[in-house]
Design a protein around this ligand. Structure first.
Ligand SMILES: *Cc1c(COP(=O)(O)O)cnc(C)c1O
Length: 389
């Protein structure tokens, strides 16, 4: 089977107990465990409002769409985003008839505040920041820029479950981001099957998300089932052409079972990253490392290096039964976003040279020794590296 990039590990007994509870209660849909998880997540992160949904993608779509409506943005208005991300981040922008304007990344692989400022025009309405690999990058500077220029800030925290600042606070909280969206997709740090959570400090936004995620209906099943006072409990109004983005109790049960392990898992991920880094630091001319911002304790969703011949290294590792990944091909390489080609040289460089090494709970110290030895052999013996970092 070799060594895979990702492998989710579950507290199987705890997950089964949660699922059993849902099945025995006869409640597998929205409500019950979804509400319990929302409370647990708010407590864990400090976000004021949190709504459990079926994916991060759904959350990003709702975030952009709802902010556009609430603040009266026009079609064609601009949202600044990174081209170095999973495509969900950027699809959220044209999905709402807005234009994605790409700013470049810095050595943290997150948006470079300087590049963001250069892209601001009188049509700019928002910035979407991706905490790449769990790194907060220069998010605090981006927050300042957004406040100065009165731009909304959406944090795509798909990689950031468990990321904290060193003072213990969570990126996006305390009014830093208008909306923060996490992913609990199958290979993220808090894996379920597919789900996510959309968080905000704004009660009005939270209310709208809850309606929009359920076809625009303004009362959810659970609220009606437990609402004893109303005589007309089966009646509801429909305010939006909403979507079907709500989460369900089965997934939320798995999330509840996994949450107590998140900090421990992330600490192990950081230990793996340190083992990798300790070796690669000896080869600064052949192996480029990603800078983690000083103020952040990363969730370490990814461990990435930059090498001269990435594709060659990939094939070499595969032939040795090590299966890394690439996060990401720069989105301006895709037809949809090709208009941005050539505007973000750092992101384009990363796209050509980056490789994500295996990072999960089943990777051992010995695995890291084996993987780093293969990488070092390749970059030293097979290719003469040129300075990358
Ligand atoms: C995984 C991911 C998403 C999408 O998450 P889903 O929950 O699968 O919709 C969005 N952005 C980034 C950066 C991701 O890695």
């Amino acid at each position: 089977m070799g060594i895979q990039l990702f492998k989710a590990s579950f507290d199987v007994e705890a997950c089964l107990a949660q699922v059993r509870e849902c099945l025995e209660k006869g409640w597998t849909g929205m409500g019950f465990k979804t509400v319990e998880f929302e409370e647990a997540w708010k407590k864990y992160t400090g976000h004021k409002y949190a709504y459990y949904i079926n994916s991060n993608t759904a959350g990003l779509y709702m975030a952009v769409d709802t902010l556009k409506e609430k603040f009266g943005w026009a079609d064609g208005d601009e949202v600044i985003s990174t081209p170095l991300t999973f495509i969900s981040t950027n699809h959220a922008i044209p999905k709402s008839n807005l234009k994605a304007v790409f700013a470049d990344v810095d050595e943290t692989l997150c948006l470079d505040p300087k590049s963001v400022e250069e892209r601001i025009t009188d049509k700019t309405r928002a910035v979407i920041f991706v905490g790449f690999g769990g790194n907060a990058g220069r998010l605090k500077d981006i927050v300042k820029i957004c406040k100065t220029h009165r731009l909304k800030l959406i944090l795509d925290a798909a990689h950031m479950a468990g990321t904290r600042y060193k003072d213990g606070t969570v990126p996006g909280t305390n009014g830093d981001a208008d909306v923060t969206v996490y992913s609990f997709q199958a290979v993220k740090n808090l894996p379920t099957g597919d789900s996510g959570i959309i968080c905000t400090d704004d009660s009005e936004l939270d209310e709208i998300f809850r309606k929009k995620a359920w076809l625009g209906i303004n009362k959810d099943t659970y609220a009606r089932a437990v609402n004893s006072e109303g005589t007309y409990k089966w009646k509801y109004d429909v305010e939006y052409i909403g979507d079907k983005y709500n989460g369900n109790a089965i997934m939320a049960g798995i999330a509840l079972a996994q949450l107590p392990h998140l900090d421990r898992d992330n600490a192990y991920r950081r230990a793996l990253a340190k083992w990798y880094t300790d070796i690669f630091e000896k080869y600064p001319d052949q192996v480029g490392l990603v800078k983690i911002s000083n103020d952040c304790i990363t969730s370490q969703h990814l461990f990435q290096i930059l090498v001269k011949d990435r594709d060659g290294l990939m094939v070499y590792l595969n032939s040795n039964e090590v299966y890394p990944g690439v996060h990401y091909i720069v989105n301006t390489d895709y037809r949809m976003y090709a208009y941005g080609k050539g505007t973000c040289p750092n992101a384009e460089f990363a796209s050509e040279h980056i490789i994500s090494l295996p990072m999960h709970m089943n990777i051992t110290f010995e695995d890291v020794q084996l993987i780093t030895a293969l990488v070092v052999k390749y970059v030293m013996d097979i290719r003469n590296g040129e300075k990358l970092a």
